[in-house]
Design a binder for this molecule. Structure first.
Ligand code: ADP
Length: 450
């Protein structure tokens, strides 16, 4: 087992990894930017190294600084969390060269899944049903026209190397196609450094369903069931739950078997998520795989009792998965609300100093956060400040607990998305699980682009 793990991240996920390491008796090294000097992840890690200024490119995304910090402190592994360098095949390769274990899949698997159009092809080959679309990057207008005609409008143009809900453009008719293709290629180049884009059939108001998997380095892969993340704003998840109210046990087993086989086919180890969209006829189509821990992994932990981060660390050290598929059982229902530092009406970021802070406990509530009274939320990073999770024997109980927890949440000094979550949970459609990626439209002014 590892003796010391460096956490190449910040915020709640850095603390989440520290929790796992403490329980496993592993020492931790925090890295931090100048904006995070007083953060809790710095306080609770055994050692901490400042790796640069507030700007992510010069700190949390700066591979040489992170590797130097690992070498100076003698860390034998790096946990990348989510976001930042978590899906960087380059960091995984540098780690390999420096004999530091990267806690994630192999660089080859990260690279394959990171190029979404290639991942689609590989998954199709491995027997996974993908959303109809192009078989690789689309370069010319002519190609795009032929494919779009075959798919039928609307279609969506997506950046091959995109992520975080960015780099997507919906095209509703042939007249818009050439302009949209050129713009999408330009935007992809600017945002992700690679201009490749591909085409997919655009589904109106689908449900987002994803499967959590875990694999070890000995060819064992299991699934931990699905999560539903249909409540989104601009393709970014706001509320996640497990299980999905619309997936039957039979569907879960079938989807699970399909992703486990596909993961095995590409030599997948560590935690991963296969994302699907469900159409109005309940068909599920693969859209992408994420080769890292997800923000929403906690809801799966609540219904399976499995600590995904500890298991991720165990398998990275070469251990065999500590359970088999038959030993994975599901019980109850869990919901997560992402609490962002933002205006609940306009969604504008709301960084700053927190004056008062009290988060609820009580039966069935888990809170993962880096915020405390008098903490400062820097303007430089993602606006996620806390994840409130609720657990109940039924979906109704989980909702009731979440509503009570949100009502008892006190965060002053900055705006948060708590009031917005309360509005969502009060909707009958949400309560009756009539949700889709279009659910949030009722609260939002029409968005100008995709
Ligand atoms: P990212 O990697 O940026 O998160 P994804 O491919 O996972 O991108 O898609 C994120 C979200 O965008 C989905 O959950 C869904 O809401 C929307 N989306 C993506 N592809 C499609 C599609 N073909 N049809 C309809 N919605 C889509």
């Amino acid at each position: 087992m590892f003796k010391k793990i460096l956490i190449a991240n910040r915020g709640e996920i850095a603390l989440r990894v520290i929790c796992a390491c403490r329980e496993m008796g592993i020492k931790t090294v925090a890295v931090f930017s100048e904006a995070d000097e007083h953060s809790l992840h710095v306080r609770f890690a055994d050692e901490a190294v400042c790796i640069g200024p507030a700007r992510s490119a010069e700190s949390y995304l700066h591979v040489p600084a992170i590797i130097s910090a690992a070498e100076i402190t003698g860390a034998d592994a790096i946990h990348p969390g989510y976001g930042f360098l978590s899906e960087s095949a380059y960091l995984a390769e540098v780690c390999e060269a420096c004999h530091i274990k990267f806690i994630g899949p192999s660089p080859a698997v990260i690279r394959l899944m990171g190029e979404k159009s290639r991942a689609r092809r590989a998954m199709k080959k491995a027997g996974v049903v993908t959303l109809p679309g192009s078989d690789g990057p689309v370069e010319t207008e002519e190609e795009a026209r032929t494919i779009a005609a075959a798919l039928g409008f609307p279609v969506i143009i997506k950046a091959s190397n995109g992520g975080g809900g960015r780099g997507m453009r919906i095209v509703r008719n042939a007249d818009e196609l050439s302009q949209a293709l050129r713009t999408a290629q330009r935007e992809a180049q600017a945002a992700f450094g690679i201009g490749d884009v591909y085409l997919e059939k655009y589904l109106e108001a689908p449900r987002h369903i994803e499967m959590q998997i875990l694999g070890d380095e000995h060819g064992n892969v299991v699934h931990l069931g699905e999560r539903e993340c249909s409540v989104q704003r601009r393709h970014q998840k706001l509320i996640e739950e497990a299980p999905s109210a619309v997936i039957s046990e039979k569907q879960r087993a079938a989807l699970g078997t399909m992703v486990v086989e596909a993961a095995r086919a590409v030599g997948y180890s560590s935690a991963g998520t296969f994302e699907f969209l469900m159409d109005a006829q309940d068909n599920l189509y693969f859209i992408e795989a994420n080769t890292r821990l997800q923000v929403e992994h906690g809801v799966t932990e609540l219904i399976t009792g499995i600590d995904i981060v500890k298991e991720q660390i165990r398998v990275a050290s070469g251990a065999v998965l500590s359970f088999t598929q038959d030993e994975v059982t599901f019980s109850g229902h869990a919901i997560e609300c992402r609490i962002n530092a933002e205006n609940p009406v306009t969604f504008a970021p709301s960084p700053g100093r927190v004056d008062a802070f009290s988060l609820p406990g009580g039966p069935g509530i888990r809170v993962d956060t880096f915020v405390h009274a008098e903490a400062t939320v820097p303007p430089n990073y993602d606006s996620l400040i806390a994840k409130i999770m609720s657990y109940g024997r039924t979906r109704e109980e989980a909702i009731a607990r979440m509503r009570r927890a949100l009502e008892m949440t006190v965060i002053e000094g900055i705006h948060t998305s708590v009031p917005m979550h309360l509005k969502i949970l009060a909707e009958v459609d949400f309560q009756q699980a009539r949700i889709s990626t279009a659910f949030m439209d009722r609260f939002l002014p029409p968005s100008p682009a995709a």
